[in-house]
Design a protein. Structure first.
Length: 396
């Protein structure tokens, strides 16, 4: 006879809640899951983080474990202790940063079920790292991927069974990232005239985002379009290098480093074109956010980007590390505002149909319910609530 519980207790393991696409997705998820069915926890390795303020305390509890992002053996025991204390049913680890500590800690604590999710950048620098991940993933009940392309890469690079990898795509809050302007001049709010053409990118200033290439691209674009400017939203270790590069190329007055911002939706609404220059991606939240705001997207054809951007319809895809192709794409859209606006509208429609936050939360809920059902069962009142909410789960 399976044991019956009133709620499913889920522990998300996150190195930090500093701003990042993966971390933002975890916060959106715990805030969206039904608190009458799921009891959520986020266990972080380090204290603080801007995204911690966005966690709804009525839906999730944040537990801070220390001040090291990883490589600390004490984290295994700290996690195990907290998992036991809160009687966690499902431990959900996210990417390499939490794989070892989270999965081993869950096993030490006797957590019944473990889910591991990969979000884009995978750890394949050494054969040892590949073997460690393959071994640890085999100890889980489910491996998740944010895109079909990433699922295929996990299968090939780690020799991990494809049938054990399930795709759950990211989603965006349509209410927060809205395309309506309501008469607001968002360019003016950013300090620009209506005639200024704004190119924008949002994300951590880290090597995988290829921002040095984007600066090189904009140097070419600025020569063609004298009223174009670039906005970079985010912070990170490459900030000083990028600022110096813009100064060296005499673009300091046209490249604007806005830092980490809380008004990203408003900034996106002021853009003419959104650009993602990454060398690698899982499934970009910022692409979805730009599309939800009705912005045409130019992105490198890597990772899950082609699953989001329909080339020629909602934006343009270009090869990675190809500054000429990216510069041509940006110039093309800036010179044809009517076409760009049509792409933006189609992008918003695509997000509404396939990539809303509601759809993402529902798909994760289905995974949790399915995995939980392999070992336990919900009580009758929660079974009824699930059916009322039309959360399809055949084995409840």
């Amino acid at each position: 006879m399976k044991a019956s519980f009133e709620k499913i207790k889920i522990a998300h393991v996150a190195a930090s809640l500093h701003y990042g696409g993966k971390e933002n997705g975890v916060v959106n998820l715990v805030n969206g899951l039904d608190p009458d069915i799921f009891e959520n926890y986020i266990f972080t390795y380090v204290r603080g983080g801007a995204l911690a303020q966005r966690v709804d305390p009525a839906r999730c509890r944040v537990v801070e474990l220390g001040d090291k992002l990883g490589g600390d053996y004490r984290l295994y025991y700290k996690l195990a202790r907290e998992f036991r204390r809160h009687r966690i049913h499902i431990a959900h680890t996210h990417s390499w940063a939490t794989t070892m500590e989270g999965i081993i800690g869950a096993r030490l604590a006797g957590v019944p079920l473990i889910i591991h999710g990969e979000h884009g950048t995978i750890k394949t620098d050494t054969q040892l790292h590949i073997q460690i991940q393959r071994w640890l993933w085999r100890a889980t009940d489910q491996v998740l991927s944010v895109s079909e392309v990433l699922r295929e890469n996990l299968h090939k690079k780690f020799d991990f069974p494809k049938e054990r990898i399930r795709v759950v795509t990211n989603g965006v809050d349509l209410a927060r990232f809205d395309f309506s302007r309501n008469g607001v001049d968002y360019k003016a709010r950013l300090g620009f005239s209506s005639k200024t053409l704004l190119i924008g990118a949002v994300g951590r200033l880290v090597p995988v985002k290829a921002y040095p290439l984007l600066l090189k691209v904009c140097l070419s674009v600025f020569k063609e379009i004298p009223n174009a400017h670039l906005l970079l939203v985010g912070d990170g270790p490459l900030l000083d290098t990028l600022v110096q590069s813009a100064q060296d190329d005499e673009m300091a007055n046209r490249v604007h480093f806005l830092g980490a911002r809380k008004d990203v939706p408003e900034i996106l609404r002021g853009l003419d074109v959104y650009v993602l220059s990454s060398e690698n991606e899982g499934m970009s939240n910022t692409i979805l956010e730009a599309m939800a705001c009705g912005r045409p997207v130019i992105a490198t054809a890597v990772g899950g980007n082609p699953e989001l951007v329909v080339d020629g319809e909602t934006g343009l895809l270009v090869p990675p590390n190809d500054p000429h192709a990216m510069a041509a794409a940006i110039t093309k859209l800036l010179r044809d505002p009517q076409h760009s606006q049509q792409m933006g509208r189609r992008g918003r429609q695509r997000v509404e149909e396939k990539f809303s936050l509601e759809v993402m939360v529902r798909n994760y809920a289905k995974v949790y319910l399915e995995v939980f059902g392999r070992r336990f069962k919900l009580n009758e009142s929660l079974r009824e609530k699930l059916h009322e909410n039309a959360l399809a789960y055949e084995t409840i």
